[in-house]
Design a protein around this ligand. Structure first.
Ligand SMILES: Cc1ncc(COP(=O)(O)O)c(C=O)c1O
Length: 427
């Protein structure tokens, strides 16, 4: 159960979890079992009725669960939710079929028609599309604001309900000072009634809880795509919402009725492969990202590199403050972004040439979206992950037309650098 007895050693906890909880006893299994039943026998009318009556009650559902139907609640997914809530330092976790299912659920469940969201101006392309197309259809307006260094009071309206951002921001790697922004929200909330408080939601996909825990800095909710660092192998999709348990009932009701639940079969690989290997994978990919970033930043054809682990990173001090592993070591994650030299059109053309060369000739770089994979993935955010954002808005948000994103995998840094050297010779 989250927060009842905090794990002393989080890395060991990610590997072992708790084998006995009210949700499940797998003390005889070395590996947690996977439920493969979409429906559960409830033995009697009374127990069936009790199961339905306790729906949405956090204590009852986590301490004395009565399982009925997989879309309502399920033990393998429940174990994953408990473990991720602990990993992020939150009270409760609710898992969804994808990261976008989690993001759309939390932003929809927390708002109603007439309310307002402030989103950072650069967010993952589908989040941007959700905020631009779908939230207004629900009567919720979204303003896109450059939140790094912003004075929130200049943008907040009486109807503002959510402040939403990523840090590091996809794909520019710019950081937002989570503590500063959450403190600003706290201050603004001093004059607001309990039902009217502004809530902060941080997408922690790029960092993962191993590198950063926004709730420790005052965020109300963390959302993440589990498809990335938590999966680790690019085999499964999932999403998570972590936050205060007072929102458990609403979030569970939303998930039950809109139906975007993570099934037990899909929760299982995250529990068995993804979470246990998260620290060791990240330690390796961070070391690799540091070497690749250093190599690129001294290359004469490269205009600039953004990687929070580089001393030349403009927000290096902030990175060192808020990106820390469970032992307090600096943990700048393993994604980097770089732009080639030249006027925007020239840099874009060269970037395309570089990526096409790597796609055709390099075993080390796979031209693909996503991140947190054991294979190094390279992509062009402007035409792929962030293509939902108009070219003008991309430039406003700092997304360079020729910017290249690399999500480091488990290959040796030297092999990655050698292939990049050959590719850079071609342009
Ligand atoms: C920062 C960020 N948030 C959310 C998502 C969406 O996650 P999913 O693809 O699991 O729906 C992504 C996907 O790339 C992402 O990069």
């Amino acid at each position: 159960m989250p927060n009842k007895e905090k794990p002393k050693n989080m890395e060991a906890f990610l590997i072992h979890g708790r084998d006995v909880t009210p949700r499940w006893d797998y003390s005889h299994h070395v590996v947690p079992p996977m439920t493969a039943s979409a429906v559960y026998r409830v033995e009697s009318v009374e127990r069936g009725a009790k199961g339905f009556a306790q729906f949405g009650n956090f204590e009852a559902m986590t301490e004395d669960p009565i399982y009925i139907y997989e879309r309502i609640d399920e033990p393998t997914t429940g174990m994953l939710e408990d473990r991720l809530a602990e990993a992020e330092g939150g009270e409760m976790g609710i898992a969804f079929s994808t990261g976008m299912a989690a993001i759309s659920a939390v932003t929809s469940a927390l708002t109603k028609s007439g309310q307002h969201i402030i989103s950072n101006d650069s967010v993952y392309g589908c989040t941007y599309s959700l905020f631009q197309h779908w939230m207004p259809k629900q009567g919720v307006d979204v303003d896109f604001v450059h939140l790094n260094g912003a004075n929130l009071a200049d943008h907040v309206k009486p109807e503002t309900k959510i402040v939403y951002f990523e840090s590091p921001i996809n794909p520019t790697l710019e950081l937002i000072d989570i503590e500063d922004l959450c403190n600003q929200v706290k201050k603004l909330n001093e004059n607001r009634g309990e039902d009217n408080k502004i809530l902060t939601i941080v997408d922690n996909t790029f960092a993962s809880p191993y590198c950063q825990r926004p709730i420790e800095f005052g965020a109300d909710f963390v959302v993440a795509s589990l498809t990335k660092h938590i999966s680790g192998y690019g085999t499964d999709m999932g999403g998570i919402v972590i936050g205060p348990k007072k929102y458990f009932s609403d979030m569970m009701l939303y998930r039950k009725d809109f139906g975007g639940v993570l099934s037990g079969k899909h929760a299982w690989p995250f529990l068995v492969y993804g979470l246990p290997s998260l620290p060791v994978r990240l330690r390796q990919t961070m070391a690799t990202a540091t070497e690749v970033a250093k190599y690129l930043s001294q290359h004469p054809k490269v205009d600039h590199v953004r990687y929070p682990g580089l001393e030349t990173f403009p927000q290096y001090d902030l990175a060192r403050k808020q990106m820390r592993d469970y032992d307090g070591n600096f943990a700048p994650s393993s994604i980097l972004y770089f732009v080639l030299k030249g006027e925007p059109d020239v840099a874009k053309e060269k970037g395309a040439k570089l990526m096409n060369y790597l796609a055709a000739n390099s075993l080390m770089y796979t031209y693909a979206v996503s991140l947190g994979h054991c294979k190094t993935l390279i992509e062009h955010p402007s035409t792929m992950t962030h293509s939902a954002i108009s070219p003008e808005d991309q430039i406003r948000a700092g997304i360079d037309p020729g910017g290249v994103r690399i999500a480091c995998g488990l290959e040796e840094p030297k092999a990655l650098i050698d292939d990049m050297e050959k590719a850079l010779e071609q342009i």
